[in-house]
Write a protein that binds this ligand. Structure first.
Ligand code: SF4
Length: 282
């Protein structure tokens, strides 16, 4: 792993501050303009309307989080589905009918998923914050679930998107890799396996990291932190933020919360309705 608990690194005799971040902060820099809108500009530019698929994701996550708080004898698949009802929100849906159909779908996914779990097999962590430091950065994040199997930790991340995930998604995820390193350090237990649990299909994608593959992810995170700090320094020395934090366009611009402030993004990809990413958007 790159570096140990570093605190501050000496750079030319001057202490260099650690870059504090979450995996999400780092990946947002895939488009520097989006990073600027999200983390630098204050007040934050107004975002577009809420997305229905985000509502679906957050309710499913919350239900599966709270399920572990239910007394063991009541921790049933029906209880999991009931938690969807209790925490349901209507943000982003076209109309009450669409919201109701989505609620029924999520009840089904979450209840069916809970039926695959052993309610007595308490995870090591649920919505657990883990963290790690290198000589360059301090990263932290909340993990959906951390299982312990055969003396090792497993990172479990729930997914609710339309597209089933793949093992390659699990392998290439910076967030999952940083969670694995963070869980290993925070809970002082080995952790190399990461899993994506796709609730709509019930499929699990996974990857078994090696120390080397985790180190590559950490190196990537450090390189991104360096790029962000270099961009901030360039702006501080007088360069135009518009040029330094330039847009990187692509299909993701359809779903960007800041699209309304970004002519390049509007030209690059079509706009979407807030419910277009639902499994059944009709
Ligand atoms: S619309 Fe696209 S280019 Fe513009 S900020 Fe968002 S992601 Fe970046």
């Amino acid at each position: 792993m790159a570096g140990a608990d570093g605190g501050q690194m000496l750079l030319g005799g001057m202490p260099r501050r650690l870059f504090s971040c979450t995996p999400s902060r780092l990946t947002t820099f895939d488009c520097p303009r989006r990073y600027r809108f999200t983390y630098i500009d204050r007040p934050t530019p107004p975002k577009g309307p809420p997305w229905a698929h985000n509502t679906v994701g957050s309710v499913a996550h919350l239900a599966l989080h709270r399920w572990w708080d239910v007394p063991l004898r009541e921790r049933t698949p029906a209880a999991a589905a009931g938690l969807v009802d209790r925490h349901w929100q209507t943000d982003g849906f076209r109309d009450p009918e669409q919201s109701e159909r989505a609620r029924q779908n999520v009840r089904t996914w979450v209840g069916r998923y809970a039926a695959t779990l052993d309610p007595a097999d308490e995870p090591r962590g649920v919505e657990r914050t883990v963290g790690m430091r290198t000589e360059r950065l301090a990263a932290s994040g909340r993990v959906d679930r951390i299982d312990e199997r055969d003396g090792a930790l497993v990172i479990v991340d729930y997914k609710t998107g339309r597209r089933p995930t793949t093992d390659d998604d699990a392998r290439s995820s910076l967030a999952l890799a940083l969670y694995a390193v963070g869980a290993q350090r925070t809970l002082r237990t080995p952790c190399t396996r990461v899993e994506l649990h796709h609730l709509p299909s019930g499929e699990v994608s996974s990857w078994e990291h090696t120390p080397q593959s985790l180190e590559r992810h950490v190196g990537r995170a450090e390189a991104t932190a360096d790029d962000i700090e270099a961009a901030l320094d360039t702006v501080a020395s007088g360069a135009s933020p518009d040029q330094v934090f330039a847009p990187v366009t692509g299909s993701q611009c359809s779903w960007c919360d800041f699209r309304r402030h970004c002519p390049e993004g509007q030209r690059a990809a079509p706009g979407k309705t807030p419910w277009d990413a639902l499994a059944d958007a009709d």
